[in-house]
Design a protein around this ligand. Structure first.
Ligand code: SF4
Length: 280
């Protein structure tokens, strides 16, 4: 199974998004998925190009709106493996409302966020996850605002799977995306994915020196309280599964929802083509 398209990425050499994407492709293949049965939805930003570089069905959508599109794709065709990709700007600024509702809805799909704590595509403005003292073109004296904590937002919105990975740790990153895919419900993976061009603070060296793998701790990922404590410890950069609810029931399998969704017929319904012609 090959999830790599023949398009050459235009990301800067060394960008963390290469490692993030490689792990996503491996994770999809190793969980038995096939490009014909996989749908990637991406938003806008450097991360948004990912659907072009991967070989599967894909939609490069509107800024911040990838999650509702992914939700629609999954509910219309539950047989598809749906993976939504985005960045910290796309997902935690303009898209943050959709993020919270996708989390609480718990549709069975995965969401991989390339979090580089900066806007890369538009050349280095502060993003929602930029540090308070980070000097950028839009924050010459620092942002003077607390960064958004996406894992805390997810936990408080009722997330059933929250993981953190690092793009340069290929094996661990792949494993965590696999776990998100296999989770029954919304599998959220925030990825430290360094922007080598515009962020000279959250670098590979910084993450290599600061990361603590939860596997080397006593962390119990089924414990909400432990997840909360780990997520709020701002001086540590934990990777691993922070929280997983093993009793999670995806939205589409809930009583009252299962079996009640409209059947989508194969092909265009009778008369649809004429109707479209008439309209235009
Ligand atoms: Fe990657 Fe940053 Fe270059 Fe964008 S600007 S491709 S995030 S290194």
């Amino acid at each position: 199974t090959d999830f790599k398209s023949d398009k050459q990425p235009t990301w800067c050499p060394g960008c963390g998004d290469f490692g993030t994407m490689n792990g996503m492709m491996k994770a999809l293949a190793e969980t038995g998925n096939h490009p014909d049965e996989t749908f990637i939805v991406a938003g806008i930003g450097c991360s948004g190009k990912i659907g072009t570089y991967m070989h599967s069905y894909a939609l490069h959508g509107v800024h911040g709106r990838a999650l509702p599109v992914g939700t629609g794709v999954k509910l219309a065709n539950p047989d598809l493996e749906v993976m939504v990709a985005g960045g910290d700007g796309d997902g935690y600024s303009i898209g943050v409302g959709h993020f919270i509702h996708a989390v609480r809805r718990n549709v069975d799909m995965s969401y991989v966020v390339m979090d580089n704590r900066i806007y890369g595509l538009t050349k280095g403005q502060a993003s929602p996850t930029s540090r308070e003292d980070f000097e950028t073109s839009t924050s010459p004296d620092g942002t003077n605002q607390q960064p958004v904590n996406p894992k805390a937002l997810a936990l408080s919105a009722g997330a059933t799977f929250i993981a953190q990975s690092f793009s340069s740790d290929s094996q661990r990153h792949t494993e965590l995306v696999k776990q998100a895919i296999e989770h029954d419900g919304f599998g959220f993976v925030n990825v430290y994915s360094p922007c080598v061009t515009f962020n000279d603070v959250d670098t590979y060296d910084y993450f290599r020196d600061s990361i603590v793998d939860l596997e080397d701790t006593e962390h119990d990922s089924s414990s909400f309280d432990q997840a909360k404590d780990r997520i709020l410890e701002s001086e540590k950069e934990y990777i691993g599964v922070l929280y997983q609810d093993d009793d999670s029931i995806p939205y589409e399998q809930r009583e009252g929802i299962e079996g009640s969704m409209a059947e989508i017929p194969d092909g265009a319904p009778d008369g649809a083509t004429d109707l479209v012609r008439e309209f235009y």
